[in-house]
Design a protein around this ligand. Sequence first.
Ligand code: SF4
Ligand code: SF4
Length: 390
Amino acid sequence: MIAGHGSRRNRAYPVDMNGPAAPDPLLALADVCVQCGLCLPVCPTYQVEAIEAESARGRIAMARALVLGTVAATEAGEDHLDHCLACRNCEEVCPSGVEYGALLVLARERQRARRQPGFTQRALEWLSARPRVLAAMLWCYRLAWPLLPRALRLLPRPPAARRGPALPRQGDVALFRGCVAGPYEAGLRDAVGRLCAAAGVVVAEPGGQGCCGALHAHAGDLAATAALGARNQRAFARAGTVLTLASGCHETLEASLRGVAATEDAQVFLAARVEALAFRPCRERVALHLPCTQRNGVHSVAATRALLARVPGLEVVSLDAGHGCCGAAGTQLATDPARAARFREPLLAQLHASGATRLLSANIGCRLHLANGTGMRVQHPLEFLAEQLS
Ligand code: SF4
Ligand code: SF4
């Protein structure tokens, strides 16, 4: 199996640290920080704002002080916590091994007890937990899209409903569908079905599955994440292996399915079977965007590159401009579109100067956000690879 570039695997979610003598779990995580500041240069929000409170070190210090009661919560402090993109670039460089992802989830859980999230966030959480309502909303959005002013086009126009057969309900491995990805990614799921078939594997799409709950967890609603996880546990009880297509969903689903089924990035799964895949030559230059959840969470970058390297003649240009995050950041693309666009701008400038004819990215949130800022074709790497099958 091809692993990613990162050797450390920090937790995206906190483990149960309760017990008679257990310290406050948030405090235990925060106390690992030695305040060296090595995370500051890689923090996208610190790069933009250049103030301590917009860095990992600043947020950790604030969360710790709130637990100890040495400071009171303020509106400005809540904003700094809101602004964190959960990219976990800080974790990757931290010499002390601070588990910032787990710490952020706990900090946001306590923030949620102090202050209710905004209407857009709550609406997105409600919709993502109800796939049929969400699909109906996106169908209406597709119809209305040509009439909408630019400011209301928070997402690209959804594709027309799928024609032709869906994936079977049973197979050798199962595919995780997700929430917003459901209506947007029918073509991608078909593409994965073709790639797996070429590798001799039947991929199925079990019914009854739903949202992974990542956007609820990142907004501090761990109870909703657990309820959604329980639904997926039932849906995948007999799956064996579940393939994910969105790096932003992978870790949450993996945590939910622990002990029930193995969770694997579809790119890692296919990279391990790459010898069975044959691709046509392609004299094209494509741009590759590597989502922070893929780089810092799933660690499947090497698998993506290994698969793309099998296409004869293909030129891959890596997008590395900007601040290390495209700005989509879970729901930020909808809750604060102006801020999200600010992080996206340098990446789009590099994309348009690159001479690439399409953009590849392995996370649905990043793809929707990037596609909304460019007229260029934006695809998951596996959708592109399925087109090149010989
Ligand atoms: S790099 Fe780690 S230890 Fe250093 S300030 Fe950042 S979080 Fe704290
Ligand atoms: S997760 Fe990203 S935005 Fe948040 S503190 Fe760490 S590096 Fe900064």
